[in-house]
Design a binder for this molecule. Structure first.
Ligand code: PGA
Ligand code: ZN
Length: 425
């Protein structure tokens, strides 16, 4: 057994310049470091991220979470077997004692969980994707790549958060990246007339388009300009992030950009129309996070054709996933480790989703660093799909580049379009 010898933590800044938690774990003479990401369009039911409030960093400081790691979580895990990830993660959850990590903070807990995984892989002298795999590592995931951003991640554009391209025709991961690069460049050329294109939080363009249709048409034009077959080589995905334009008081989905205020049924019809009009293969958060009825209605309507992907609805939470599986409310789950607070929690959600025949999409947050742990995690668990933002900005490229390294050293297959559900649309 290799004991955890030390755990340290400090505050660093993420891709938005916001403070976040970095944890370093020492075991067997090796160190492992992990840095916690942070969302902007967070779901109401996510594990709780602890921030200091007050004046420092506009209230966003994480000194409290850092001190909790040093003073409370370090003594808890020092002396434990560094390779007992499940045991470490369970002791973090037991010590916290709540079901959403609101006592210690999910950012404190995940920092330790991720640091322990890295220290164990270093102590074992195994790359993380191999160490985290139960048997052998899985496939290189199919990326869905943000090209146009709106919603809370951009300063203008439609309310819909992400317009993504999916290189469904590619047979290998490096080729998939090239296809996406071509499409992104073509879209960039089209909007260059506006001056240098504005880039949003995840490196996607933030062009001066008003409506959702304009954004899809821009992507479609980019695919054609780049010489690809729309639907055959390149398909689309969308993260509607509907919770952020849903108005609970009036029970309406308010799309100010096009002057529309929609009921649940109106929103269901609108999303079904996009599926008819565009080569969409995945629709994320098309309805708000507690509209279980709307989700089930929409999944029944479009779930035989496209992936219906829950992010804010499911928040990487096993009991919400179970409820959604029982209700047939979706057919795929987004997996963000910081929504649940430990790597074991995220692993359990991937395993439960696969058991149900659902697809799994490992995802970054809009606030990231060059930590690339989720790339290894996605391969280790054979998640099949990954979503980490656009092909720009180092915190995004760190993940894409890590997958290029894994592709080079581990002769796993590329998941490709087979990773999408439904399996035979
Ligand atoms: P977030 O966005 O990290 O700001 O939550 C990502 C997403 O909604 O998928
Ligand atoms: Zn989302």
């Amino acid at each position: 057994m290799t004991e955890i010898a030390a755990v340290d933590a400090w505050e660093v800044l993420d891709s938005r310049g916001h403070p976040t938690v970095r944890v370093q774990v020492t075991a067997g003479g090796e160190t492992g470091t992990f840095t916690v990401p942070a969302g902007a369009s967070t779901g109401d039911h996510e594990a709780v991220e602890r921030r200091d409030g007050g004046d420092r960093y506009g209230g966003l400081g994480v000194r409290g979470a850092v001190e909790t790691v040093r003073d409370e979580l370090a003594p808890l895990v020092v002396g434990c077997d560094v390779t007992d990830q499940t045991g470490v993660d369970e002791s973090l959850a037991d010590y916290d004692g709540t079901d959403d990590f609101s006592a210690v903070g999910a950012n404190a807990a995940l920092g330790v969980s991720g640091g322990v995984a890295h220290a164990a892989s270093a102590a074992r002298d195994e790359p993380l994707y191999e160490y985290l795999a139960r048997d052998s590592p899985g496939r290189i995931p199919l990326p869905m790549v943000n090209v146009v951003s709106g919603g809370l991640h951009a300063s203008r554009g439609p309310e819909i958060q992400d317009f993504l391209v999916v290189p469904v025709g590619a047979d290998a991961y490096p080729d998939a990246l090239e296809v996406v690069w071509d499409v992104r460049s073509a879209v960039g050329d089209r909007i260059a007339g506006d001056g240098s294109p504005l880039v949003a939080d995840e490196g996607g363009f933030s062009p001066d388009v008003e409506s959702v249709d304009d954004a899809f048409d821009l992507l479609a034009a980019g695919v054609r300009d780049a010489g690809y077959d729309l639907g055959g080589d390149v398909a689309f995905a969308v993260d509607v992030a509907a919770a952020h334009f849903y108005d609970a008081e009036t029970d309406r989905y308010v799309l100010d950009s096009v002057g529309r205020s929609l009921t649940r049924d109106g929103m269901v019809d609108l999303v079904a129309q996009w599926v008819d009009d565009y080569p969409l293969v995945s629709v994320e958060d098309p309805l708000t996070e507690d509209d279980w009825e709307g989700w089930a209605t929409l999944a029944d309507r479009i779930g035989d054709e496209v992936q219906v992907l829950g992010d804010d609805l499911l928040v990487t939470n096993e009991s919400r996933l179970d409820r959604a599986v029982d209700a047939d409310a979706a057919n795929a789950v987004l997996v963000k480790p910081n929504q649940t607070g430990t790597l074991t929690g995220a692993r359990r959600v991937v395993e439960a989703a696969k058991e149900a025949g659902w697809a799994t999409v490992v995802s970054a947050r809009s606030g990231e660093t060059c930590d690339a742990t989720i790339a290894d995690f996605a391969v280790a668990l054979d998640a099949g799909q990954i979503k980490v933002g656009s092909l720009a900005r180092s915190e995004r490229l760190a993940k894409y580049n890590r997958l290029l390294a894994i592709d080079r050293f581990h002769d796993g297959e590329f998941a490709g379009r087979d990773a999408l559900v439904p399996r035979n649309p």
